[in-house]
Write a protein that binds this ligand. Structure first.
Ligand SMILES: CC[C@@H](C(=O)O)C(=O)SCCNC(=O)CCNC(=O)[C@H](O)C(C)(C)COP(=O)(O)OP(=O)(O)OC[C@H]1O[C@@H](n2cnc3c(N)ncnc32)[C@H](O)[C@@H]1OP(=O)(O)O
Ligand SMILES: [Co+2]
Length: 134
């Protein structure tokens, strides 16, 4: 059911410093920061030949990544995002298989203008998983 790896997300305490590291030290193509108020984060995308890295920083009150950064003050890998063809079909199958779909269970529009959902890390061996319909 899951397809390509769309992105790996890394939560960072300093978005500018992380962007500089990826641009200068690693020589990657790095986007400008984009606030995502519906998701409580600001994103920077790093374009790699085969996938993307999503740098995340909290935005506003009650950001879903705030506690993660408190627990990991230097930052760290936050989630992986897999592509699916049909997000509602994927959601229903994942629920049947015992995965908890986070939030109200309805897809939100993600950073690429496509529907996304998140699955609880405790049901996926300690990894927060995002699925994105492409
Ligand atoms: C920009 C849009 C979009 C895109 O298009 O790409 C995005 O990526 S938005 C990214 C940010 N949004 C989200 O992460 C939404 C989904 N996340 C959540 O709903 C919450 O973050 C969470 C996963 C439910 C965690 O909530 P939180 O309040 O931070 O922690 P808890 O105390 O409830 O955690 C319970 C348990 O899970 C462990 N945990 C938490 N986060 C992670 C993680 N990222 N990876 C692995 N494990 C995680 C946490 O340590 C707790 O474990 P125990 O201590 O053992 O109970
Ligand atoms: Co993401």
């Amino acid at each position: 059911m899951i397809g390509r790896l769309n992105h790996v997300a890394i939560a960072v305490p300093d978005l500018e410093a992380a962007s500089t590291t990826y641009r200068q030290m690693l020589g990657a193509k790095v986007s400008e920061p984009v606030p995502q108020p519906d998701h409580g984060v600001t994103t920077v995308f790093v374009e790699l030949p085969n996938t993307k890295i999503e740098l995340l920083h909290p935005l506003g009150e009650g950001s879903p990544i705030a506690k993660f950064l408190q627990r990991n003050p230097d930052g760290g890998m936050h989630h992986v995002c897999y592509e699916v063809d049909d997000i509602l079909q994927a959601r229903d199958r994942l629920k049947e298989e015992g995965a908890r779909v986070l939030g109200d269970g309805e897809p939100k529009i993600g950073a690429h203008g496509k529907p996304v959902l998140f699955l609880h890390p405790k049901d996926l061996h300690g990894t927060l998983v995002e699925i994105e319909q492409v």
